[in-house]
Design a protein around this ligand. Structure first.
Ligand code: PSV
Ligand code: MN
Length: 395
């Protein structure tokens, strides 16, 4: 491979945001298998996120989920942001949690009870205020709202309630903040879901304004959905806000991105480059949304970042001039072969070089396994209660 400087430069410019909730112990409804030394509060989650950034140089921010990430000292968002900065990362997207309180049983912003809707809207507004304190660019909205049985509620009434509530949240945001509207085909609702696909999210964005964009969570589609087609369409419409990357086999599995379907991830990046300038991926929000049940959480996050970079590097290598020629010549398999050539390229040497050029280990996974600081922190957490705020063991 000849000069790959431009590929390395593009890789260095792709920030991949980490989800705070991927660092804590979680499980399925069948059981949980706590990882010894896993993060216990938002400060420890930030510490772990900063380790991933230290090893990869590619994950400078961490998304938070409110109120899961309520600091132990109370609503001290400025302290949380300050601590993140000290650790070398920033607070990223603010995710309102509108799905776990008992009064959200019939929905949050779409609930038939106006008092519940009022509470949900107040939380959206609170998150817009938190974003101002933390300097976050995005409020990322996902709703569990929907119905389980035909006739349970009026579909169009719910739509109106949804629109009214999001408008209030949107109006409360800082003038340069953006609202990301995430959709999900089903779950927890099984008959209707109020934001069920990219179309329902896009229509809502149109009602809100230019700073409302669609968020694509790769795990939120039906089987065999062509996600890259959705990406190309939303990008073309100027309404692609960003991603929640993860991988899946059955439903919303939240597995390590690129572990089950790396070819799809490559094709998504191909569209992100095509729909931009043909040289770099569109400047949207690249975030992970994963949950690690049986695997080591920090290692899973590092591997996820590497998988995203691998897919991006391969997509950058697509010979777009030759592809265009083959497409215009109607050469079906000739065009397809151009994509395959890029996908089959071994990009590991380019990625290793790109990391070393910014003072990061060529093999972050190996470096993590040998990292004395991570070992020390794990041991410390096993015998100490969580600290209420900063002043930890360093990144
Ligand atoms: C819902 O399945 C989701 O993808 C949303 O992004 C939530 O905020 C996140 O997972 C965590 O539950
Ligand atoms: Mn998500």
């Amino acid at each position: 491979m000849s000069n790959t400087e431009w590929v390395r430069a593009a890789l260095r410019d792709l920030p991949i945001e980490l989800p705070s909730w991927g660092f804590g112990n979680a499980g399925t409804r069948f059981g949980a298998f706590p990882e010894p030394g896993a993060a216990r509060d938002i400060y420890e989650k930030i510490e772990d996120a900063s380790t991933v950034h230290r090893l990869t140089g590619a994950s400078p921010s961490v998304a938070v989920h409110i109120p899961w990430d309520l600091p132990p000292t109370g609503k001290n968002w400025a302290d949380m942001a300050h601590f993140a900065k000290e650790q070398g990362v920033a607070i990223g997207a603010i995710n309102p949690n509108l799905f776990q309180d008992h009064d959200y049983k019939l929905g949050s912003v779409c609930n038939p009870d106006p008092a519940v809707r009022k509470k949900a809207v107040a939380h959206l507004v609170e998150c817009a205020e938190i974003a101002k304190v933390t300097g976050s660019e995005f409020i990322s909205v996902w709703l569990a709202d929907g119905t389980n049985y035909p006739g349970q509620d009026d579909i169009r009434d719910r739509r109106k309630r949804l629109q009214d509530a999001l408008m209030e949240g949107y109006a409360a945001m800082a003038p340069d903040a953006k609202m990301l509207i995430e959709y999900k085909l089903f779950e927890p609702a099984f008959y209707t879901t109020d934001l069920s696909d990219w179309g329902t999210s896009l229509l809502m964005c149109h009602k809100l304004g230019d700073r409302a964009k669609v968020l694509v969570d790769t795990g939120h589609h039906g089987h065999y959905t062509n996600i890259e087609f959705i990406v190309a369409t939303l990008l073309d419409e100027g309404r692609l806000g960003g991603f929640h990357f993860n991988d899946r086999r059955y439903a919303d599995d939240d597995l390590i991105v690129g572990s089950a379907n790396p070819f799809q991830l490559f094709l998504i990046f191909h569209e992100l480059i095509n729909g931009n300038d043909g040289k770099t991926a569109a400047p949207v929000a690249y975030m992970l949304d994963q949950c690690h049940v049986i695997e080591s959480k920090i290692e899973a996050m590092v591997l996820s970042v590497l998988n995203v970079q691998t897919a991006y590097a391969k997509a950058l290598l697509v010979d777009r001039t030759a592809l265009r020629e083959r497409q215009l010549a109607g050469d079906v398999l000739g065009a397809h072969a151009i994509l395959r050539d890029a996908y089959e390229t071994d990009v590991r040497p380019i990625l290793a070089q790109a990391r070393e050029e910014i003072g990061r280990p060529a093999d972050p996974l190996q470096a993590l396994r040998e990292d004395a600081c991570v070992k020390e922190r794990r041991a410390w957490r096993l015998t100490n209660p969580p600290r209420a705020s900063g002043g930890g063991l360093g990144a």
